[in-house]
Design a protein around this ligand. Structure first.
Ligand code: ITT
Length: 181
């Protein structure tokens, strides 16, 4: 069995390959991102749609993530991809720079669907928004600092050890291993 990771984002796939024993295949299918404040609802709807539309047997995984800035009422949250495309990462920093409280968290929900069963695995990491530093990772990594280091200053391995996605993938990997026993 391989896992079909439905995403246009290679960074996510690279992180998943570090965690999972199963082969991870990237599938580019543009599923509908429903409008919701709930990452799990968005990810499960996407996984079901992608599974039906792509017609394979192997289970699919969809990962919906967002950056939630406390002082901005959780913005950009579920709209993080849209905010990255329209405002850009630097301007999200500029918005946070005007605030005294720069606390934020990354959240992710990894949704699995195999045609019968849907499961979700959530992860979060606390940190603060800072001026961009580092050129690793992707997306908002340069402006998100965790314990003094931005995620863009970390190797994939180190980012996975502390990140929202790493935490969700660890739960997913455990669940897959238990299920296969
Ligand atoms: P897919 O929907 O095709 O999987 P995407 O990059 O659009 O790819 P999301 O809808 O989950 O993914 O968007 C989340 C946004 O948050 C997007 O702007 C990402 O660049 C960003 N993001 C997600 N995970 C991140 C991480 O680990 N580090 C930094 N930014 C991240």
């Amino acid at each position: 069995m391989s896992i079909r990771f439905v995403t246009s984002n290679e960074g996510k796939v690279e992180e998943a390959r570090e965690y999972l024993d199963e082969p991870v295949e990237q599938v580019n299918y543009d599923y509908t991102e429903i409008q919701s404040d709930d990452l799990a609802e968005i990810a499960v709807a996407g996984a079901k749609e992608a599974f039906e539309a792509t017609g394979g047997d192997d289970p699919v995984v969809v990962d919906d993530a967002g950056l939630f800035v406390d002082a901005l009422g959780g913005f950009p949250g579920p709209y993080s991809a849209y905010a990255e495309d329209t405002l850009g990462v630097e301007r999200v920093w500029t918005l946070a720079e005007a605030e005294e409280n720069r606390r934020a968290r990354f959240r992710v929900v990894v949704a699995y669907y195999d045609g019968e069963r849907a499961e979700t695995f959530a992860g979060a990491v606390p940190g603060r928004i800072v001026a961009p530093r580092g050129d690793g990772g992707f997306g908002y990594d340069p402006i998100f600092e965790h314990e003094g280091t931005t995620l863009a200053e970390m190797s994939t391995e180190r980012k996975n050890a502390i990140s929202h996605r790493g935490r969700a993938l660890a739960k997913f990997a455990d669940w897959l291993a238990d299920r296969d026993e």
